[in-house]
Design a protein around this ligand. Structure first.
Ligand code: ZN
Length: 182
């Protein structure tokens, strides 16, 4: 199985020139913190055994210290077709914190955001998006996907220059999707 990790290729200077607040607000996040935050998203995903798409929005701590969990969400598309984990999490964030402070936050999600969710995250102006399983990995588990990558949506969004990272704990979430309740 291929494991992929891909990062936003833009430099800090290019980012800050375009969007002053989006990238500058985020402290560097070491990989072990990414993994710790992803484990929180995986815990959320347990709330939907058929479609284990879970998400958390975190305000990362500086210097590798623990961050603050700002919002949580799990797929509830049985109730509402747009309630993917990411949208549920965005809604939870707004309920708790209002429509503010996005640039300081990172969303962690067990599956690569679909084009709907990624667009919503772009509109929010979130500081970063980190996912585990790719669209490819989710499709292998028999879940239909729209074949537009999160990277493609980000690249098509001239006003967003945040962090985009995929493949974090993907071996674990690929297995979770394959072994989901059918
Ligand atoms: Zn989605």
């Amino acid at each position: 199985m291929r494991r992929r990790l891909f990062l936003c290729g833009c430099t800090a200077a290019a980012c800050t020139a375009t969007v002053p607040s989006a990238r500058a607000a985020l402290p560097p996040i070491p990989m072990d913190r990414h993994e710790a935050y992803m484990r929180l998203a995986i815990a959320e995903a347990k709330g939907n055994p058929r479609y284990p798409f879970g998400a958390v929005i975190v305000r990362p701590g500086s210097g590798g210290s623990g961050g603050e969990v700002m919002a949580r969400g799990v797929n509830d598309s049985a109730a509402n077709p747009i309630l993917h984990g990411e949208i549920a999490c965005l809604n939870d964030y707004v309920r708790r914190h209002g429509n503010a402070g996005w640039a300081d936050t990172v969303l962690y999600t067990t599956g690569e955001p679909c084009s709907m969710c990624m667009s919503a995250l772009m509109w929010a102006g979130i500081g970063g998006v980190v996912f585990a399983s790719s669209i490819e990995g989710i499709t292998r588990a028999g879940i239909g996907q729209i074949a537009i990558t999160a990277r493609a949506v980000a690249d098509a969004t001239p006003f967003w220059r945040g962090l985009l990272l995929g493949g974090v704990l993907a071996a674990e979430t690929d297995r979770m999707f394959l072994e989901r309740k059918r």
